[in-house]
Design a protein around this ligand. Structure first.
Ligand SMILES: [Fe+2]
Length: 261
């Protein structure tokens, strides 16, 4: 793969996403959210690649995988009007399908195609599939980290500020109730990420975002998380109680320990 390939892929992405312009304002806001997210994930993955000493070839693959990771979001939203996979379709698998159907990657060596398709298909999987080769695994891990780092940024950008004008799917359409679910908390207490399937309220979503710290793969990503103080900032958006305070402390300690090596 050459730098010119990535430039062509960006042109293709812009044309593809332009097909999903919607008549209604709300729908368009949700589509725009994913376009902006895509390019931010591209920037973040370059920072991770640099921090993890990726060579130029791996960096090109990483940027391409980031560019295409959420391709499935566009047809998903057009058909189902939601970003919740559990209510619609697995957007990772759908994105890989779009790349195949549209023959976007056909001119690349097979190995590169396989690595990119794998990263797109499994970027949103709860657990990483074991059958990955070492190179595929590293690419997939980079995409997963960059994706999380930008979702934290987006969410806080909306919910720390004025609450007006937030795209309906920024919080997965979950109701903003004062409660949170035991099931979500239990997972986090065990040191696991919370599952999307257990989310009932917006607070659950905030907790799940905090729990993603446990799923970061690279020290560069942990540094970026700590730099932005995402755990404390998300925690500040939750109700104040002792249980949640304990959750925040555990996550902060985890991050501190990872940084200390
Ligand atoms: Fe995604």
């Amino acid at each position: 793969m050459k730098p010119a390939d990535v430039a062509c892929f960006k042109i293709w992405f812009n044309e593809y996403s332009r097909n999903f312009v919607l008549d209604d304002r709300e729908g368009q806001k949700n589509i725009d959210l994913k376009i902006e997210h895509t390019f931010r994930v591209c920037s973040l993955i370059l920072r991770i690649a640099e921090g993890e000493a990726a060579d130029s070839h791996e960096t090109l693959l990483a940027e391409t995988a980031a560019l295409f990771h959420d391709l499935g979001r566009f047809p998903q939203y057009r058909q189902y009007r939601t970003f919740r996979d559990s209510l619609s379709i697995n957007h990772g698998r759908l994105g890989a399908e779009v790349l195949r159907q549209e023959h976007v990657l056909d001119h690349l060596p097979e190995e590169e195609q396989a690595a990119i398709l794998n990263a797109v298909q499994f970027h949103n999987a709860f657990a990483i599939p074991e059958r990955n080769s070492e190179g595929q695994l590293r690419l997939l891990r980079m995409v997963r980290d960059a994706d999380k780092l930008d979702i934290w940024r987006i969410f806080l950008g909306f919910y720390e500020g004025a609450q007006a004008g937030i795209p309906s799917e920024a919080g997965m359409g979950l109701p903003d109730l004062p409660t949170y679910s035991d099931e979500v908390l239990k997972n986090i207490e065990r040191g696991h990420t919370a599952s999307m399937a257990h989310l009932r309220t917006l607070n659950d979503f905030k907790l799940m975002l905090m729990s993603w710290a446990y799923d970061l793969n690279f020290i560069t990503s942990i540094r970026l998380l700590a730099e932005q103080d995402y755990i404390n900032r998300l925690s500040a958006l939750l109700p104040r109680d002792e249980v949640l305070d304990q959750t925040r402390t555990s996550l902060l300690l985890y991050v501190r320990d990872r940084l200390a090596g």
